[in-house]
Design a protein around this ligand. Structure first.
Ligand code: SF4
Ligand code: SF4
Length: 369
């Protein structure tokens, strides 16, 4: 394995050319393409990982593991994950409603208070929003320009449009993002690496669940914060748009062989979320700190993947492995069908590839040295 340093500021440079992860032609992609996997799993009646077989076996197997107190699957470990999933599950399927509302929930606006909306230099506006995001629980925060190519064509069966309106709209027929929303606050939520390291079991599932829980807290609170300053805000976790390309443009990390973001601050051990807004801020720049180059000779994630879902190719390319992937970006594409089979088998998200990545491990070692 190559020598590397992680999170060393002097190794980080801003980039302006196309790198792994950037879109090739700017076409929008339906985020719903991911869901072709569910019918595929349902159709697969036989064999290890088939949905029918695993759904039938899962509860029996889990009950047996709890009964014999299998480490990582004991009742209190299972309950840790269940409790952590509560908040995110309560938002589902809830794009545009509840905590993920596209319009004001409860805060008072400057108009209601009889004052002018918040106004400052773009640098101060940027610092104000980034500081608030961190107070609410964000780890790394960057600002990217809105790019319509990263926004899903549809969500929950309804099209997403960009229109010249003042306020975001959610109707029975469509979602509308105001064209004036030109700023995206991209956020990385650090995962609990002590839990993630135990992949794949209920504790690592709790690490994922906690990431989602904190994402909901941060984006909903930040959206209300921005609205109380007098601007519009749309909170988003995995819905509405792809989080990774915005995080790349916001300078939070680089693409890895996993076709996931390797963040500068937390390696692969981070969840991504974002808030769209019309509040003017300074854009950050994409960064390079050696990840994509390192991945060309490191195959730790692909070696560790139990279903051989990850690519061993020397170079990233535009060759996808199935309709779930957006072909408009340069990547090491994964076989998500095989990956989901593994998820079915272990009864929750797998995440081995995130935990074994040396960028994640270095961060974990740093925490415990
Ligand atoms: S989550 Fe597990 S099955 Fe999926 S790509 Fe990573 S290691 Fe492989
Ligand atoms: S494990 Fe190695 S190849 Fe995989 S994403 Fe991390 S650095 Fe890249």
């Amino acid at each position: 394995m190559n020598e590397m340093k992680v999170g060393c500021q002097s190794d980080v440079s801003e980039v302006h050319e196309t790198t792994a992860g950037e879109t090739a032609n700017g076409e929008r992609f339906s985020g719903n393409h991911m869901f072709v996997i569910y019918p595929m799993l349902k159709e697969q009646k036989d064999g290890a990982g088939s949905m029918m077989e695993e759904e039938n076996d899962k509860n029996t197997r889990l009950a047996e593991w709890i009964h014999r107190a299998k480490r990582g699957f004991r009742l209190h470990e299972r309950s840790l994950a269940e409790g952590a999933w509560t908040l995110f599950r309560l938002t589902q399927p809830g794009v545009g409603v509840g905590l993920l509302s596209w319009t004001r929930l409860i805060v008072r606006t400057p108009v209601e208070m009889g004052v002018d909306r918040y106004s400052a230099s773009s640098k101060e506006m940027t610092d104000t929003v980034k500081n608030a995001a961190r107070r609410y629980g964000a780890g790394a925060v960057g600002i990217a320009p809105m790019n319509q190519a990263y926004v899903n064509l549809q969500e929950m069966g309804k099209p997403i449009f960009f229109e010249d309106v003042d306020v975001p709209e959610v109707t029975n027929e469509k979602f509308v993002i105001p064209t004036k929303m030109k700023w995206v606050v991209s956020i990385a939520i650090p995962m609990d690496l002590d839990l993630l390291e135990q992949v794949p079991n209920e504790n690592s599932d709790a690490a994922v669940a906690l990431g989602y829980m904190k994402s909901v807290i941060v984006v909903s609170a930040l959206a209300e914060f921005i609205r109380s300053l007098g601007y519009q805000a749309i909170p988003s976790v995995n819905d509405t748009a792809q989080s990774i390309p915005f995080a790349l443009d916001a300078g939070l990390g680089e693409m890895g062989r996993t076709n996931k973001l390797i963040t500068r601050d937390y390696g692969a051990g981070a969840r991504l979320c974002k808030v769209f807004t019309d509040m003017p801020m300074e854009y950050d720049q994409p960064i390079k700190f050696g990840v994509t180059e390192h991945c060309k000779s490191c195959h730790a994630c692909a070696d560790a993947c139990p279903t051989h879902a990850l690519s061993f190719d020397d170079e990233p390319s535009y060759k996808t492995k199935g309709p779930w992937s957006n072909p408009n970006h340069l990547a090491w594409f994964e076989d998500s069908f095989k990956c989901f089979q593994q998820w079915q088998k272990v009864g929750n998200g797998c995440g081995i590839c995130l935990a074994v990545c040396p960028y994640t491990k270095t961060r974990w070692q740093g925490m415990h040295s």
